[in-house]
Design a protein around this ligand. Structure first.
Ligand code: 9GP
Length: 826
């Protein structure tokens, strides 16, 4: 079948020669260099600048359209946006990728080399931040009026180096040499108050008025990153706030010799947007995090209100028609009392009217059930930094407690549980409860997670406000996670189902009918093979390790956390190694286990697991006895751009969290979309993936949520598994020797201790046998080339549900009540 053209109408039609001329113009006039002198970095900047011309024109038209139509908009508040690189994505979304490729070719420059010059915008940690990035891509693509609000961190997530097997954190400097996409908007600077005290006054009408006298004021400087929708017509904005001192440079102090003192205030103010997630093990670190959260919420609310007032003046009656704010986790929950403060103290609305507005504006997404991730701030800390907000939180709580009392008269237990304030040695403010109380809708991120949010986390809230807690299953943008990152597969798909699937992912279903077609199977697996070769080259470049591309590429990429159980995979790798040493003829298809993971800098055991993976890898990779069958590659500095290389090359996708712990996962969706087969537990979105692809096309293993709970209730004893299963025992005991860490026995023993002496909280040993069995099924399936190809094709074909466009459509219908507003030809 010949290639089918897309129905996509792109806004921009620019020829190769025009694009080429534009790149050269920017090389000369923006960068002050020329074709002979320019290195790849300069070419990258010039190409971005050429692209940005189109982007900014789209942005102007979009903003004008939204203004003229006075649209209702969603404001996505998120402490994280893990955007990755933008050039290739923007070229793809404008339909200009091939044009740019050809134009640069004629200039003697390789586009793929140029793309490698772009530093990742890593302003996020993992799933939550990447979800935010996928969502703003979908919002722009679906012509929905939307703006992302976050922090313009000077340093994003740390750059990970591996030294002697251990993770070392280095600062990430994504904008050291300038970022060609962002636009500073000094005209929209906001001021934010901190510290100080609250004065109680009586107004003319005898009404009590509160006035906050701040001790400190900082400036929020907005930087806009254009977000290009697919087709290039609609361009939304991600607005990130940078903190600056509100005062001016202190000349007098400086001239009097106080060179450092003159800059102290600047340094303090600029610290706010310095780093993503400052270490919060110290009191100062905790304070800084709270200030960061308040800083970006306060700036963003002021920005929203400024825009609203431009159209509606002081009439607040239409505010809830125009504005909806999505709180991405509890990080922006402080926006709730901030809006109350603005409405009550500044706009002088009465409390009930203000609260009625507030509770129609906010909606909250919960992304985790892990208690350590549900934020609580000491009341005393809020009182110090935001004294008026603490009063408001108390007032919200006081009124809410009355409502609780009406529903459960005299029930102090339920009150203690639902209260925003947790009593104890230290009074704490529970941001989760505040978010639920102050929002009109609360959602989890996969069916099972949302069910557990209702059943286990917030059951009383569900009883109090039936229908408020809902589900929106996560999704991923197919533009980045298939079209852009896997061009060969995309082209093959275009030939079979047409080229419109990036906008309507359900069209991939059309591939299912070719799942048994030998020619298509061959083509599909050829693409996989090519992608494996690309990744193999990356592994060689990065680790100087040769891997066999006929081996199964078994990929586990995600943050390092005990609940995600990279150590379960490690135990299995060690077991395979042992089996091979004991029996050189042990029958297994060659496998390369490939990891990418960063551990939180203060999370000791997570770092120990990284160390252990690297040490085991070192031993196995240098052991000629097993080398033709087994290799292990831990690729350092896992990030979006590395994921884009790993995902298209994966045969197997490891999604092996303890059931009930992974809220959704999104890597599971990306890998399946690119034809990897999941080995997974019945957790998060794995369950929905299994429903879509069917039991024959996924390897499910392990305890279910109910079984996990039952086992824990009955008193889980990890030692039972250790003594019962000789392989588990042998592998764990191996960790205590110096086999993997010559001269340093016990260097890996913290993992054994956590699994045996510290109770194996995440049931690694309980699931080990089932996991090992599942891996045997994988091995068997892979040897049957046709069966495997069929499974891979079905996985790609059945991923339609997991486009982030569907998630956004669910939000639009169930939560935001938003209308699309296509851009006029302005
Ligand atoms: O751990 C969840 C992950 O399962 C989910 O896919 C992602 C996006 O919803 O959020 C993660 N949660 C966090 O990063 C912190 O709560």
């Amino acid at each position: 079948m010949s290639g089918k053209k897309s129905n996509l109408q792109t806004e921009v039609t620019i020829s190769k020669s025009e694009f080429k001329a534009s790149v050269v113009k920017h090389l000369h006039c923006t960068l002050g260099t020329d074709e002979n002198k320019a290195n790849n970095h300069a070419w990258w900047k010039a190409t971005c600048a050429a692209m940005q011309e189109q982007v900014l024109e789209g942005l102007r038209k979009t903003q004008k359209t939204h203004y003229l139509n006075d649209t209702r908009a969603v404001h996505y508040f998120s402490a994280e946006f893990l955007m990755g690189r933008l050039l290739s994505n923007n070229l793809q979304n404008f339909g200009l990728f091939d044009v740019a490729n050809d134009a640069l070719n004629e200039l003697g420059v390789s586009l793929s080399d140029v793309l490698e010059e772009e530093p990742d915008m890593a302003l996020g940690n993992g799933g939550l931040g990447r979800l935010a990035a996928c969502f703003i891509d979908s919002l722009a693509t679906m012509d929905l009026p939307a703006i992302g609000y976050g922090i313009h961190y000077e340093h994003g997530l740390f750059r990970q180096e591996i030294q002697g097997g251990a993770q070392i954190e280095r600062p990430d400097s994504w904008r050291d040499y300038g970022n060609p996409w962002e636009i500073c908007r000094p005209e929209s600077i906001q001021e934010v108050s901190l510290y100080g005290y609250v004065e109680t006054k009586y107004g003319e009408n005898g009404r009590i008025q509160k006035e906050w006298h701040p001790g400190h004021i900082v400036k929020g400087v907005p930087w806009d990153i254009p977000v290009v929708g697919y087709g290039g017509k609609n361009v939304n904005v991600l607005r990130l706030w940078q903190s600056k001192s509100s005062g001016y440079f202190n000349w007098d102090v400086f001239n009097a010799g106080g060179y450092v003192d003159a800059q102290v205030e600047n340094v303090q103010a600029e610290t706010i947007s310095k780093v993503l997630y400052p270490n919060d093990e110290t009191e100062a670190g905790k304070e800084l995090r709270l200030i960061q959260q308040y800083f970006f919420c306060a700036c963003s609310l002021k920005d929203i209100i400024r825009r609203y007032k431009r159209a509606h003046g002081d009439d607040w009656s239409r505010f809830t028609d125009q504005v909806v704010i999505q709180l991405n986790d509890t990080h922006p929950a402080i926006a709730i009392p901030e809006l109350m403060r603005i409405l009550v103290d500044r706009a002088e609305l009465d409390w009930d009217s203000a609260w009625a507005i507030c509770t129609k504006v906010f909606a909250y997404t919960n992304h985790t059930l892990l208690p350590e991730a549900l934020e609580k701030w000491p009341a005393r800390m809020i009182e110090k930094i935001l004294p008026r907000h603490l009063e408001i939180i108390y007032e919200i709580n006081h009124r809410f407690m009355k409502e609780v009392d009406k529903k459960w008269p005299g029930d102090n237990e339920v009150k203690a549980k639902l209260s925003i304030i947790e009593e104890g040695n230290e009074k704490m403010v529970r941001m989760g409860n505040l978010s639920v109380i102050g929002s009109f809708a609360v959602n989890g991120v996969a069916e099972i997670h949302s069910k557990l949010v209702k059943q286990n986390l917030f059951p009383e809230f569900d009883a109090l406000w039936p229908g408020k807690l809902t589900n929106v299953t996560n999704g991923i943008t197919p533009r980045r996670w298939l079209k852009a990152c896997n061009p060969s597969l995309s082209k093959l798909i275009d030939k079979k189902v047409g080229a419109d699937w990036p906008l309507d992912l359900k069209q991939l279903e059309g591939l299912a009918k070719y799942a048994d077609n030998k020619t298509f199977q061959k083509q599909f697996m050829q693409v996989k093979q090519q992608n494996k070769e690309v990744l193999a080259a990356e592994i060689k470049r990065s680790l100087d390790l040769d891997v066999d591309t006929n081996a199964i590429f078994d990929v586990q990429i995600k943050r390092l956390h005990e609940y995600k159980r990279q150590h379960l995979a490690l135990l299995h790798i060690m077991a395979l190694y042992r089996r091979l040493l004991e029996n050189p003829d042990y029958d297994m298809h060659p496998r390369v286990f490939i990891f990418g993971a960063k551990a939180a800098p203060g999370y000791k055991l997570a770092k120990d697991i990284i160390f252990a993976i690297n040490k085991v890898a070192e031993k196995i990779n240098n052991d000629a006895r097993v080398n033709n069958k087994l290799k292990v590659a831990f690729l350092p500095n896992y990030r979006v751009s590395l994921a884009e290389k790993m995902i298209p090359a994966a045969d197997v996708s490891e999604q092996i969290s303890t059931a009930g712990k992974e809220a959704s996962g999104t890597g599971n969706m990306k890998l399946a979309l690119n034809g990897a087969i999941t080995v997974g537990t019945l957790d998060g979105a794995n369950i929905e993936i299994a429903e879509e692809v069917g039991d024959d096309n996924i390897f499910i293993f392990g305890l279910t949520v109910d079984e996990v709970n039952a086992l824990k209730k009955s008193g889980y004893k990890p030692y039972d598994y250790y003594y019962k299963n000789a392989e588990i025992k042998a592998v764990l005991d191996w960790m205590e020797t110096d086999y993997f860490t010559p001269g340093k026995p016990g260097a890996l023993s913290s993992i054994k201790q956590s699994l045996l002496d510290h109770g194996d909280q995440y049931l690694v040993l309980a699931d080990y046998e089932a996991y090992s069995e599942a891996q045997k099924r994988v091995d068997e399936a892979y040897r049957d080339k046709e069966r495997w190809a069929r499974m891979a094709i079905i996985n790609t074909a059945k991923m339609g549900k997991f486009t982030s466009d569907r998630s956004i459509q669910d939000y639009v219908e169930r939560v935001w009540k938003l209308k699309s507003c296509p851009v006029n030809k302005a």
